[in-house]
Design a protein around this ligand. Structure first.
Ligand SMILES: C[S@@+](CC[C@H](N)C(=O)[O-])C[C@H]1O[C@@H](n2cnc3c(N)ncnc32)[C@H](O)[C@@H]1O
Length: 325
């Protein structure tokens, strides 16, 4: 019933920049020292103590005695820098993103779309009309990508290395382009294109070796030797996925083109590395997407209907898997 309280405690720690405050000292500090660095003329140390007590209990921070490194590392995810999770927390716990959760009952009762119930339009139209929401979402995606990319590059490094010199790779729905930039940096013989909706591309920074193209994947997709599709199909119904994939068929070379999907493969029987998180992500799709879902191995077989008869599923050390088709 109160699981959200932990999430709110994390949000509070990020907003107060507690991990950054401790990190800037370079050694453990007292509650009073944390309080003195909080952005407020009169912080409430009792509230701060209770917040920290909960987060210590959850092994995000430690108190007094040094304990194992892996536990100490948890609070690093709350740092303000780009390799932490704080942009995702800022997104997920924001009232705009929380509002659709209050419509889940309606979704079950009527099959309606929670995000549209809460905001009057789907998430992409809302982002197009609201620059602050757009930035929150894109920054959150980029920070999650960074975590997943490490696992992707280490598990699929040979896949990228084996592409011919000058091969073009398009990251479709690639957000602001950080991921394809990283792939091109690690494999400089590849040319990268980052493809996304105009309001996303408008805010994308320039990266060496990467060009940005704005467009709509339901209309057409830039031609390339390989396409990457990370956490995009989970936003869409089977019917929409098949329409998107038919466009990929047109954009790939007939003989040796490939698509590299990075998507959750649900293991509802609890066998996967992150099976519980996968189920929570599926629930997140009810809240945020319009008909999207996380899929099991059997549900991914739909790929075959869209003209990709051969594919293999590769498990990596992250929540999503690679599906190479
Ligand atoms: C869940 S995000 C994933 C972003 C990125 N691939 C990642 O993993 O960080 C889905 C992306 O698809 C993009 N998108 C949604 N509809 C699209 C469309 N019709 N054409 C192109 N991109 C679209 C969104 O703007 C967003 O960047």
């Amino acid at each position: 019933m109160l699981s959200f309280a932990e999430s709110m405690a994390l949000k509070c720690a990020v907003e107060l920049r507690i991990a950054d405050i401790i990190n800037s000292h370079g050694h453990p500090i007292t509650l009073q020292e944390i309080a003195a660095s909080i952005d407020s003329p009169s912080p409430d140390v009792d509230y701060l103590a209770r917040l920290m007590r909960l987060l210590v209990d959850k092994c995000i921070f430690t108190s007094s005695q040094p304990i194992a490194d892996d536990i100490k590392d948890s609070s690093k995810w709350l740092l303000k820098d780009s390799s932490s999770s704080s942009p995702s927390l800022a997104e997920i716990d924001h009232p705009w993103f929380m509002a659709p959760w209050h419509y889940l009952t309606k979704c079950v009762q009527e099959g309606s779309v929670a995000f549209t119930k809460a905001h009057g339009c789907d998430i992409w139209d809302f982002a197009a009309a609201n620059p602050e929401f757009n930035n929150l979402f894109n920054e959150s995606m980029a920070c999650t990508s960074k975590v997943v990319l490490k696992a992707l590059l280490s598990a699929y490094g040979e896949g990228f290395a084996g592409m011919g010199s000058g091969s073009v790779v398009v990251d479709v729905g690639g957000g602001t382009g950080m991921a394809v930039a990283e792939i091109v940096k690690t494999h400089p013989h590849i040319k990268g294109i980052n493809f996304d909706l105009p309001h996303v591309i408008d805010t994308a920074p320039q990266y060496p070796g990467v060009s940005h193209i704005a467009g709509d994947m339901f209309a057409s997709i830039p031609k390339a030797d390989a396409h990457i599709l990370r956490w995009v199909l989970h936003d869409w119904s089977d019917e929409n996925c098949i329409n998107i994939l038919k466009n990929f068929r047109k954009a790939l070379p007939e003989k040796n083109g490939k698509i590299i999907f990075v998507e959750v493969v649900l293991e509802p029987e609890g066998e996967g590395l992150f099976s519980e998180t996968g189920l929570v992500f599926d629930f997140l799709m009810i809240a945020l997407s319009s008909g999207g879902r996380e899929r099991t191995k059997i549900e991914w077989k739909k790929l075959q209907e869209a003209g990709f008869p051969r594919y293999k599923i590769i498990q990596i050390l992250a929540l999503p898997y690679i599906i190479e088709a």
